[in-house]
Design a protein around this ligand. Structure first.
Ligand SMILES: *Cc1c(COP(=O)(O)O)cnc(C)c1O
Length: 366
C-alpha cells in the first residue's frame, strides 16, 4: 500500500484517538528487568499479591469444558451470587455486570453521553473516565479536589450544572481519599435537581469501613461501580459490576455488548465470592501494612482507604524516585500522568510482606 493510501485511511480515524491513551506502568518494570530482577516487588497495579482463591480456580477450570457454548448472556449465576454476597446490607440491589468495571463504565457512558455532552470528573483521579467519555464524543470538565484531596461538595455540585453524569471515586485512586457517605448524599441531592447521574467508583471499597450501598435505596441518580479485580484477586478475569436504580436497568442491558462476560470469568467470579475467608485475610493484611507504611517513611503518606497509599516524595520528582526504586527491584507507580496532581507523588500498592519490606528499605535508602 502506498503511504498516500495509508494517510487517506488514517484520516478516517476519529480525532479523539490521536491522543495518548491509557498509561501503563511498563517503564519501571523494564528498568527492574534490566537491573537483573527476575522477581521484582510489583507494587504498581494494586493487584492482590496472594494470588487467586482455589475456589475461583477450580470453578474456572470446570467452566473450560463449556468453551464451545456461548455464555449465559444475563450472567445469571454471577448476578445471583453477587445479590447473595451483598444481602447483608439490607437494601435490594439491582446488579449489572461488565468486562471489568472499565467495561461497566464504558457501557454506562454509552447509554448517556453523545457528542458534546458534558461530564464532570472529580480530579485528580483514575484516568479511564476521561478516556471513555472522550471516545464517546463527550466533553469532560475536571473539578479539582481540595489541597488535602477531599471533595469540596458545593464546588462539585455547582460544576455539575448542565452535566449529564459525574464521576467520583471513593476511596479515590490515586490519592486513597475516602469521601464520607453524608457528602455523597449531599452531592446526590444537588445533582438530582439537575437531572444529573452520579457514578460512584467503589473499586477499593472492600479495603475501608465506609459502606455506600444503603444510598441505592433513596437515590435514583446513583450508580455504584464495583470490581473483582482488586480485593477478590481476579484482575486477569475481567469481572466488574454495578448497582443501578430500577428505572435504569433496562437501558444498561440494551446498551451492553451481547455476551460481555465469558464462561470462565463468570465461573471464577462465582467461585471467588464463595471464599470470603480469602478476601478477609487479604483485607486485614492491607490494613496492617497501610499503617506500617504510614509510620515507616520519612515522607508524607496520605491517609488511604485502599490497597495502596499515595506518597509525596517532594522535593524529589516522582519519575526519578520510581526509576531509583526500580533499580532496586521495586516497581511503583509515578502519579505524574494524573492531570492536576503535579510531579512529586507516587502510588504504592500494599504487596506481599517481602515486597513491602523491600519497598520500605529501598525507599529509606534513596
Ligand atoms: C482498577 C480500577 C477500576 C477498574 O478495574 P477493572 O479491572 O476494569 O474492573 C475502576 N476504577 C478504579 C478507580 C480502579 O482503580
Amino acid at each position: 500500500m502506498s503511504s498516500d493510501d495509508t494517510s487517506r485511511l488514517k484520516s478516517q480515524i476519529r480525532g479523539v484517538f490521536e491522543g495518548g491513551g491509557y498509561v501503563f506502568a511498563t517503564k519501571a518494570a523494564n528498568i527492574a528487568r534490566d537491573a537483573g530482577f527476575t522477581n521484582p516487588a510489583r507494587l504498581a497495579s494494586n493487584e492482590n499479591p496472594f494470588g487467586i482463591s482455589d475456589a475461583a480456580v477450580n470453578a474456572a477450570k470446570e467452566a473450560l469444558d463449556s468453551g464451545n457454548r456461548y455464555p449465559d448472556e444475563t450472567a445469571d449465576s454471577l448476578v445471583k451470587a453477587l445479590a447473595q454476597y451483598h444481602a447483608d446490607c439490607g437494601v435490594k440491589l439491582n446488579v449489572v455486570t461488565g468486562v471489568g468495571m472499565d467495561g461497566v463504565i464504558e457501557n454506562v457512558i454509552r447509554t448517556i453521553i453523545g457528542a458534546g455532552d458534558k461530564v464532570v470528573v472529580s480530579t485528580p483521579t483514575f484516568s479511564f473516565y476521561n478516556l471513555a467519555v472522550t471516545a464517546q464524543g463527550g466533553v469532560v470538565q475536571n473539578v479539582r479536589r481540595r489541597e488535602d484531596f477531599t471533595v469540596g461538595v458545593p464546588e462539585f455540585v455547582g460544576a455539575c450544572r448542565g452535566a449529564k453524569i459525574a464521576f467520583l471515586c471513593s476511596p479515590n485512586n490515586p490519592t486513597g481519599t475516602i469521601t464520607p457517605v453524608e457528602d455523597i448524599e449531599e452531592i446526590l441531592k444537588g445533582l438530582l435537581k439537575e437531572g444529573c447521574m452520579l457514578f460512584l467508583d467503589n473499586a477499593y471499597v472492600d479495603f475501608c469501613d465506609t459502606d455506600y450501598r444503603r444510598l441505592m435505596k433513596d437515590y435514583d441518580n446513583l450508580i455504584i461501580g464495583r470490581t473483582m479485580s482488586k480485593a477478590f484477586g481476579l484482575a486477569g478475569m475481567r469481572v466488574g459490576y454495578a448497582f443501578v436504580p430500577d428505572w435504569y436497568l433496562p437501558y444498561y442491558k440494551r446498551a451492553q455488548t451481547p455476551f460481555a462476560l465469558n464462561n470462565i470469568s463468570i465461573a471464577a467470579a462465582v467461585g471467588a465470592l464463595s471464599d470470603r475467608e480469602f478476601v478477609r485475610r487479604y483485607v486485614n493484611h492491607v490494613k496492617e501494612w497501610r499503617d506500617a507504611f504510614g509510620a515507616g517513611l520519612k515522607y508524607k503518606v496520605y491517609p488511604a482507604g485502599a490497597n495502596f497509599v499515595m506518597i509525596d516524595v517532594a522535593p524529589q520528582k516522582s519519575d526519578d524516585v520510581v526509576a531509583k526504586l526500580a533499580k532496586k527491584g521495586v516497581i511503583v507507580r509515578s502519579c505524574a500522568s494524573f492531570p492536576t496532581l503535579g510531579d512529586t507523588f507516587i502510588r504504592v500498592s500494599i504487596g506481599d510482606s517481602w515486597e513491602n519490606e523491600m519497598f520500605l528499605k529501598a525507599m529509606n535508602e534513596i
